[in-house]
Design a protein around this ligand. Structure first.
Ligand SMILES: Nc1nc2c(c(=O)[nH]1)N[C@H]1C(S)=C(S)[C@@H](COP(=O)(O)OP(=O)(O)OC[C@H]3O[C@@H](n4cnc5c(=O)[nH]c(N)nc54)[C@H](O)[C@@H]3O)O[C@H]1N2
Ligand SMILES: Nc1nc2c(c(=O)[nH]1)N[C@H]1C(S)=C(S)[C@@H](COP(=O)(O)OP(=O)(O)OC[C@H]3O[C@@H](n4cnc5c(=O)[nH]c(N)nc54)[C@H](O)[C@@H]3O)O[C@H]1N2
Ligand SMILES: [Mo]
Length: 648
């Protein structure tokens, strides 16, 4: 059998954005593996990749357009589907206002060509779009305050680190590219410390695991800085020469003793001292922050206290050091193509408050289109989101499966996977720009978002300026990168580093802040958490086995696991493996209790991403809220009670 090997890149919502090789026989991908030539993943790939073909060729995948008639989906043609969508949109624009049309773009895939999606709605008029983010906004917002711009170290630079502090990150599940770099630090005699309230799969891979009270890390960062200051081990030159607000920051650091901090973050003093020893003696220290840290209302205090600790530790602008959080995955593209400048005055809904925004909308939403997202499973207060989306007169969903959002659609449009597409993708975990060379033709009648929007665009009077061939749009969108000397051919042959990306950010100690200096935090406020009468903090974190809500129904036969400290479980009358109820003011779900002897007693852990259809949606319990900085989503500001289930 003749085989083809196609170089492509994973576009799934994950910081790794691995370079992959698709082995193709007879227009079918028979194997998907890591590409050894890719400088970041170097041939590695994760469990999600090895199972991805099961998703591409899954019998639950939708392969032709569907329309709901009398509550049941029936197959229709693309012509019918697109005509109906275009007619309804034109009518609403005429008899009401484009404001009654909502576009919601999820985080499913963030490739170059996706920029034309929102452009379509901007050309249509002052349609409603979303603001805020359900992923990394808080980290970006906070680091922008300190550094002027959030720029992270290239993962390859960890080859120069002598220690690493993984703070609220779970690379064993979410970050395959970090694992070998962690191992190499340990091999060189350095230490890798994990700071995470949860016992994750990453903990056994680290030299030490510190488990602070969830959401209280700013106290831990301040305690570490206080020890450095007490011992005269702070980076005096950097703090005095390259920072502003040093006196104010020092006052915050000295506002508590190490013992008081230890109590506030619930970490034994000995552990804080041990971590301080590593920061003092194993320089440079790379502080590597995850996304878990973001999901708190006051997450900026944590981020900013860690940035400041990085400054005190002498990590900033230093090879092998840094406080790295993430990368701008849209960096290589021309943002004008989104076309938001065409609609400067328009309504925007907070993504994370979608249920509430839809309920109070005036004018109300008549048509909504959702692409690459599953808001019913992934937004907080899922019950409210589901109810509000169900009430929209005409809902169009473009995706792969009839997930919790898909099943609400009036028209469902089946979309290709990245293996069926030509495109370009950048990452939020590194600076490498990767190609999507089309490996196979579309499965069934699926079409890419790009082709859907082009064909929809043909039906409108702005078609002339909107409808262009794919290669032409790619050239337009990639213009800034092409101007930096990179050709598209180079990208399609394997990819390239973003030429703008520094290997060691801020090596020149110049910061794009208004003062040109690193801005240390000068205020500190961390109010007491809410709902203290509910005993457990609910940590709804990423699962190692699956990605966000990309699961199928047949994989969701069991109830969600809920990890609880063994003694707490026994206190509640539970046995390991018992069914239980987890509930609060937002909802109630059934779970299977899984005992963990060493887990913190004040929290329970339930993986995110399950579907309500399978009684596995943890977001039926989460609080809809916007973080104080960066318009992020504080999913973990949620507390619950756990009850034994009787009589079932
Ligand atoms: N297998 C898999 N991979 C994924 C995903 C997935 O669902 N599954 N999701 C993808 C997405 S969308 C993203 S954004 C990334 C996320 O990547 P990560 O940030 O690595 O993963 P998370 O589970 O979101 O959070 C990491 C850890 O933060 C911890 N954490 C939460 N709150 C706190 C706190 O207050 N203090 C401290 N110190 N730690 C805290 C959690 O316990 C969790 O273990 O991964 C991507 N990759
Ligand atoms: N409780 C709780 N909830 C959370 C989080 C948490 O920590 N706790 N984390 C949050 C985070 S970090 C994130 S990023 C969000 C993710 O929230 P979403 O982006 O809504 O979730 P996904 O499950 O990634 O949904 C993406 C969907 O798009 C589809 N898809 C993939 N590629 C394409 C494409 O090219 N076109 C189209 N049309 N569809 C495509 C996929 O099949 C999938 O169904 O969830 C958030 N939700
Ligand atoms: Mo995310």
């Amino acid at each position: 059998m003749k085989q083809k090997i196609i170089k492509t890149t994973c576009t799934r919502d994950c910081p790794n954005t691995c370079g992959l090789l698709a082995v193709v026989e007879n227009n079918r991908v028979v194997k998907l593996t890591g590409n050894k030539e890719h400088p970041i993943n170097e041939g590695r790939s994760c469990i999600k990749c090895s199972h991805y073909l099961e998703r591409v060729y899954n019998k639950e995948r939708v392969l032709h357009p569907l329309k709901k008639v009398n509550g049941k989906f029936k197959r229709i043609s693309w012509e019918e589907a697109l005509d109906e969508i275009a007619d309804k949109m034109k009518k609403i624009c005429k008899v009401k206002t484009p404001e009654s049309i909502l576009y919601y773009q999820g985080f499913g895939a963030r490739t170059a060509l996706k920029l034309v999606n929102r452009r379509f709605f901007n050309l249509l008029g002052n349609t409603t779009i979303t603001k805020g983010t359900i992923c990394g906004g808080t980290g970006q917002g906070s680091q922008d305050l300190d550094f002027g711009n959030r720029i992270s170290h290239d993962p390859r630079d960890y080859g120069n680190s002598n220690s690493m502090i993984l703070w609220g990150r779970n690379p064993a599940a979410t970050g395959i590219n970090l694992l070998s770099r962690m191992t190499n630090i340990k091999k060189r005699g350095g230490r890798v410390i994990l700071i995470d309230p949860v016992n994750t799969e990453t903990a056994p891979l680290c030299s030490m695991h510190i488990k602070p009270k969830a959401g209280s890390d700013s106290y831990l960062a301040l305690a570490l800085s206080r020890i450095l200051h007490d011992e005269g081990a702070e980076d005096k030159e950097f703090l005095k020469e390259h920072c502003i607000n040093y006196e104010e920051y020092k006052k915050i650091v000295y506002s508590h003793t190490v013992d008081e901090y230890s109590e506030l973050c619930d970490v034994p003093v000995e552990q804080i001292l041990e971590a301080a020893e590593v920061i003092k003696h194993m320089k440079p220290t790379a502080f590597v922050l995850g996304w878990g840290l973001h999901r708190w209302e006051y997450a900026h205090t944590t981020l900013r206290a860690i940035d400041a600790l990085g400054a005190a530790a002498g990590s900033i602008g230093v090879s092998g050091g840094g406080v790295s959080q993430g990368f701008e995955e849209y960096a290589p593209y021309d943002w004008n193509i989104w076309g938001d400048q065409l609609q400067p005055k328009r309504r925007k809904f907070y993504m994370q408050l979608l249920g509430e925004e839809l309920n109070k909308a005036d004018p109300k939403i008549e048509i909504a289109m959702i692409t690459a997202g599953n808001p019913v499973s992934m937004l907080p207060d899922a019950n409210a989101v589901k109810k509000a989306l169900s009430q929209i007169p005409f809902l169009v969903v473009a995706g792969h499966f009839l997930d919790d959002t898909g099943i609400l659609a009036d028209i469902f449009l089946p979309v290709t996977t990245f293996l069926e597409e030509k495109d370009i993708v950048a990452a939020y975990g590194h600076d490498f720009i990767g190609p999507l060379n089309q490996a196979i033709s579309p499965v069934g009648e699926c079409k890419s978002d790009f082709h859907i929007f082009m064909e929809l665009g043909k039906r409108f009077d702005f078609a002339n300026e909107y409808v262009k061939p794919l290669d032409q749009w790619l050239k337009i969108i990639m213009k800034p990168t092409i101007e930096r000397g990179i050709s598209l051919e180079e990208i399609f042959q394997g990819g390239t580093n973003n030429p703008e990306a520094p290997k060691v950010p801020y090596e020149d100690k110049k910061f794009p802040t208004p003062t040109g200096k690193f801005q240390l935090m000068k205020e500190f406020e961390l109010p007491k958490g809410r709902d203290q009468d509910y005993p457990y903090q609910l940590m709804s974190i990423a699962s190692r086995e699956w990605l966000c809500s990309e699961v199928t129904l047949s994989e969701q036969k069991e109830l969600l696991p809920m990890k609880i400290n063994q003694e707490e479980g026994i206190k509640l009358g539970l046995k390991d493996g018992d069914k239980c109820i987890v509930e609060n003011q937002f909802g109630s779900i059934e779970c299977i209790a899984k005992f963990d002897k060493t887990q913190r007693r004040d929290l329970v852990v339930i993986p995110r991403g399950g579907w309500g259809q399978a009684k596995r949606n943890v977001n039926e319990l989460t609080r809809p809220l916007v973080s104080k900085v960066g318009a992020g989503t504080p999913y973990y500001e949620t507390r619950v009670i756990v009850r034994k289930m009787y009589g079932r």
